[in-house]
Write a protein that binds this ligand. Structure first.
Ligand code: NAD
Length: 288
């Protein structure tokens, strides 16, 4: 038997992402021990019952004792407070990482509470997930063949980075490194804006249609386009508050293009419409 890569992994936040990370690494025998922390006692109990972790601790300080890797997978706005608590602990040589969907706010919070971003903090974001949440949805195969973006800073310790990189690869993920600002701008465009549009469209139609009767006539296209409006509202509220600047930049550009589409419909400008639809179709062929 190979020596485990990690002696003690601590996962804080045993929801879909933290639970899946813990469960997958535990199932693969990558860690000698996986310790979970969660505010919710039911999540802690379920995590042990479902074999997501070896044991749970209520207190962060007790869990982090002797940890060599600490993964933070709490909602993004809870991350700041959690980093503050961690800054007051003696973390020894532990490598700290996170899974938050935006990176700038987490890095700024780490900078503020630690008085400089620690060299052993490796910010990360798995581009995988689902509309489900909670430990019941934890799936050790969730990250297989999905991208994970790590956003190291110039001061990030190379060994810490390699350690986190390796853990994600053990889960079958395809790891890439990116700059923090670039990550937040790319995700604002490819993930955050589409969620805003899906939530916004469904709400706009729903609030004007009593009994939601209009949705009875919705076909597959509507279903596909709005699937992501079934995502967790609190998680998404956190993401928009955390990544405001990048979202606004991409939203303003899109709003100009939407206005141009509106003008084309108004003016009966088929040439403009055909141009947009054709370019979009060609672009989409690159990733479908
Ligand atoms: P989730 O709601 O399924 O789980 C979050 C867990 O954290 C809950 O069990 C909650 O009780 C616990 N928690 C909240 N505050 C806490 C605190 N201060 N200390 C300890 N536990 C606390 O959420 P999730 O979908 O697993 O998301 C976790 C993180 O991963 C978020 O930052 C999110 O942005 C990011 N993320 C989510 C997805 C996705 O699709 N769900 C994808 C990539 C990244």
């Amino acid at each position: 038997i190979n020596k485990p890569l990690v002696q003690r992994l601590v996962v804080v936040g045993l929801g879909l992402i933290g639970g899946s990370f813990a469960k997958g690494l535990r199932a693969r025998g990558v860690c000698r021990e996986v310790v979970g922390v969660d505010l919710d006692p039911q999540a802690r109990r379920m995590a042990v019952e479902l074999g997501v972790v070896d044991r749970c601790e209520e207190q962060l300080a007790a869990a982090c004792q002797g940890a060599d890797v600490i993964m933070l997978a709490v909602p993004i706005l809870a991350m700041e407070c959690l980093l503050g608590e961690l800054a007051r602990l003696d973390l020894g040589d532990a490598v700290l990482t996170d899974a938050g969907s935006a990176k700038g706010n987490v890095v700024r919070a780490a900078d503020a509470v630690f008085g400089g971003v620690p060299a052993r903090f490796v910010p990360g974001h798995p581009i995988a997930g689902s509309e489900q949440s909670g430990v019941e949805a934890a799936n050790g195969e969730l990250f297989k063949r999905h991208k994970v973006i790590l956003t190291p800073l110039p001061q990030t310790d190379a060994i810490a980075l390699q350690r986190v990189d390796q853990l994600w690869r053990e889960l079958g993920a395809d790891v890439e490194h990116m700059q923090v600002e670039h990550h937040d701008q790319v995700l604002a465009a490819t993930s955050h804006l589409p969620h805003l549009l899906a939530f916004g469209l469904v709400d706009s139609l729903a609030k004007r249609n009593e009994n939601l009767e209009i949705f009875r006539y919705a076909a597959g296209g509507f279903r596909d386009f709005t699937r992501i409006a079934g995502s967790d509202p609190v998680m998404w509220h956190d993401i928009f508050l955390a990544n405001r600047e990048a979202v606004l930049r991409t939203l303003d550009v899109f709003r100009d293009d939407l206005d141009a589409l509106r003008d084309a419909v108004d003016a009966g400008d088929g040439h403009h419409l055909l141009g947009v639809f054709t370019r979009a179709r060609v672009a989409r062929e690159h990733f479908s």
